[in-house]
Design a protein around this ligand. Structure first.
Ligand SMILES: Cc1cc2nc3c(=O)[nH]c(=O)nc-3n(C[C@H](O)[C@H](O)[C@H](O)COP(=O)(O)O)c2cc1C
Length: 180
C-alpha cells in the first residue's frame, strides 16, 4: 500500500458512520463474496473461524420478520399489536439483512469471549468492506438478538450466539457529520 492509499484508508476509518436509512440497490452476490473475503480476514485466535453470516433479502425479510415476531411473543406474551408489527416489518428496513452469529467451540486456549470478539471484528470488517464498495450499513441488536426463543426458531444451538443484525443497502440520507 502506498502512503497516499494509507491516508485514504485511515480517513475511511476516521469518517465511518452508520446508515440507519437504507434503500435499493443492495450489493450483488459477487460484491458480497468480495466483502466476505475481507470479513474472513478478521483476527481469529487458533483459526477457529467462529463467524457465521446468514443473508435475508426480498421476500425472505418478511418471513424473517414473522419468525422473529412469533419468537418474541413467546418471551413477551404481552407485546402490543404495534410492537408485533414493528418486529414483523423490522427486517424490511434495508434491502439486505445479514444475521451474524458466532459458533462457539470448546478450546483449551480460546474462551468463548475471544470467539465472540473475533466474530464482532469480522462483522465490522464486513461493514467496512461494504462501505468501500459504496454501500451503507448499520449494526443492530435489540432484545431479539438475546432471545433464546429467537435463537431456537433460527435453528441455532446452545453453541451459537447471535452477535448482530447488519442492515445493508444504499444510504438514502446524507452521512451525518463525524464529531471532531
Ligand atoms: C454490538 C452493537 C449493537 C448495536 N445495537 C444497536 C441497536 O439495536 N439499535 C441501534 O439503533 N443501534 C445499535 N448499535 C449502534 C449502531 O450500530 C451505531 O453504531 C450507532 O447508531 C452510532 O452511529 P455511528 O456508528 O454512525 O457512530 C449497535 C452497535 C453495536 C456495536
Amino acid at each position: 500500500m502506498t502512503s497516499k492509499e494509507n491516508t485514504a484508508f485511515l480517513s475511511t476509518l476516521q469518517q465511518r458512520v452508520s446508515h440507519p436509512r437504507l434503500e435499493l440497490p443492495g450489493p450483488s452476490s459477487d460484491q458480497m463474496a468480495n466483502c466476505y473475503q475481507a470479513a474472513f480476514r478478521a483476527p481469529d485466535h487458533a483459526w477457529l473461524r467462529p463467524w457465521r453470516f446468514v443473508e435475508c433479502q426480498g421476500a425472505q425479510r418478511l418471513a424473517m420478520g414473522h419468525l422473529i415476531a412469533e419468537a418474541m411473543q413467546v418471551d413477551q406474551p404481552d407485546l402490543t399489536p404495534a410492537q408485533v408489527d414493528k418486529l414483523v416489518n423490522g427486517p424490511q428496513r434495508a434491502p439486505l439483512l445479514i444475521i451474524c452469529y458466532a459458533h462457539l467451540t470448546e478450546h483449551p486456549k480460546v474462551p468463548a469471549s475471544e470467539q465472540l470478539l473475533a466474530t464482532g471484528c469480522a462483522l465490522y470488517s464486513l461493514s467496512l468492506a461494504l462501505g468501500a464498495l459504496g454501500f451503507g450499513s448499520v449494526w443492530r441488536t435489540g432484545a431479539s438478538c438475546y432471545s433464546r426463543a429467537v435463537h431456537s426458531k433460527l435453528g441455532l444451538t446452545e453453541q451459537d450466539q447471535l452477535v448482530g443484525f447488519l442492515y445493508v443497502g444504499t444510504a438514502s440520507a446524507p452521512d451525518k457529520t463525524v464529531p471532531e
